[in-house]
Ligand binder design. Structure first.
Ligand SMILES: NC(=O)c1ccc[n+]([C@@H]2O[C@H](COP(=O)([O-])OP(=O)(O)OC[C@H]3O[C@@H](n4cnc5c(N)ncnc54)[C@H](OP(=O)(O)O)[C@@H]3O)[C@@H](O)[C@H]2O)c1
Length: 271
C-alpha cells in the first residue's frame, strides 16, 4: 500500500479482499495509511483471522522503548488486536540500536500481538547480526527484488536460516520513484523481454512478473489502487513460465535498483 492515498487505500483493500480474493495486505507506519487499511479491512466481509496483515516500524522509532510505543500506535491506527507480521523497515547504520529494536520486536512477538516478526532491506551481514545474537530470527526479509535485481546473495543467506524472502517493488516499482541515489525509474512493465514472454502466454507484463516471483519461491506483494489491475495481478494461477521464459528473463539481471541501497539509506534515523 505504499504511495496510496487514504480514499484509494480503503477502497483498494476492500476490493482486494471482497472482490479479487487477496488475503495479504502490506502497509507501514511510514505510508501514513494504516487507519485507511484498517477501515478497508473492517468494512470487508472477510473474517479478520483469514487476513494476513503486515505493518512496519519506521526508522525514527528504532530503539527498545520507541519501538514498543510505535507498535501500539500502529495497532491502534489499524484498529486491530494483532498483526500477522511486524517488520523493521530499514536497518539504518547503527547496529547497537538495531539490536535493541529487535529486542523490542521479540517482546512484541512474545505478547502475541504480532504473530510473526521480521525485517526489511537486510543484507546478509544484517541477518548475520541477528543470527549471532541468538533468540528469534526474522520470519521474513522483505527486500527490493525483481528481474533487474534478483538478490541471490540475500536469498542464499535467508534460505540458510529458514527466512522467507518477500519481494518489494516486484513489478519494478512506480514509474517515477527514483528515490535512491543510484535508483532508476521502472522500465519493467514495458520491457521488451517481459512483453514478449507475456505475448507467448496471452498475459500482461505484470502477470509475467508476478509469475516469475512465484516460480522463484518468493512472496510477492504487487501494489495497485485500480480494481482492474488488482484483479489482473491475482489472475496468475492458470499459466506457467517455461524454462525458456525464465532464461530470457534472467538476461535482465543488471543490478539496477528502483529504490535505495540499505547502506545509503539513513532517513529519519534517531540522533
Ligand atoms: N519494505 C520496504 O522498504 C518497501 C519499499 C517499497 C515498497 N514496499 C512494499 O511493496 C509494495 C509493492 O512495491 P511498489 O509499490 O514499490 O511497486 P510495484 O508493486 O512493483 O509497482 C507498483 C506500480 O505498478 C503499477 N501497477 C500495478 N499493477 C499494474 C498492472 N497490472 N499493470 C500496470 N501497472 C500496474 C501501480 O500503479 P497503480 O497503483 O496506479 O495501479 C504502481 O505504479 C509497496 O506498495 C509496499 O507495500 C516495501
Amino acid at each position: 500500500m505504499w504511495q496510496a492515498a487514504d480514499d484509494e487505500t480503503e477502497h483498494a483493500v476492500r476490493y482486494a479482499l471482497d472482490e479479487a480474493g487477496y488475503r495479504h495486505i502490506d502497509t507501514a507506519a511510514a505510508y501514513g495509511n494504516e487507519a485507511a487499511v484498517g477501515r478497508g479491512i473492517s468494512s470487508s466481509s472477510v473474517d479478520r483471522d483469514d487476513i494476513f496483515v503486515t505493518t512496519k516500524l519506521w526508522n525514527s522509532d528504532q530503539g527498545y522503548e520507541p519501538a514498543l510505543t510505535a507498535f501500539d500506535v500502529s495497532l491502534q491506527k489499524l484498529g486491530l488486536d494483532y498483526v500477522d507480521l511486524y517488520l523493521i523497515h530499514w536497518p539504518l547504520q547503527n547496529d547497537e540500536r538495531l539490536l535493541k529494536t529487535w529486542d523490542a520486536l521479540e517482546k512484541i512477538a512474545e505478547s502475541g500481538k504480532a504473530k510473526s516478526i521480521g525485517v526489511c532491506n537486510f543484507e546478509p551481514r544484517h541477518l548475520q547480526l541477528l543470527v549471532d545474537r541468538g533468540g528469534l530470527l526474522p520470519a521474513v526479509d522483505q527486500v527490493e527484488l525483481h528481474p533487474h535485481l534478483p538478490q541471490q546473495a540475500i536469498r542464499d543467506a535467508a534460505r540458510t536460516h529458514g527466512i522467507i524472502v518477500e519481494s518489494w517493488s516486484p513489478l519494478g516499482g512506480t514509474s517515477n520513484s527514483g528515490w535512491g541515489r543510484s535508483s532508476k525509474p521502472n522500465t519493467l512493465l514495458s520491457d521488451d523481454v517481459i512483453t514478449a514472454v507475456g505475448e507467448r502466454h496471452g498475459k500482461s507484463a505484470a502477470q509475467v512478473l508476478i509469475r516469475w516471483h512465484l516460480q522463484n519461491g518468493l512472496v510477492v506483494i504487487p501494489k495497485s489502487v485500480h480494481d482492474e489491475r488488482i484483479s489482473q495481478n491475482i489472475d496468475v494461477f492458470d499459466f506457467e513460465l517455461t524454462d525458456q521464459d525464465l532464461d530470457d528473463i534472467a538476461t535482465l539481471d543488471d543490478g539496477i535498483r528502483v529504490g535505495a541501497h540499505p547502506d545509503e539509506l539513513n532517513v529519519g534515523a534517531p540522533d
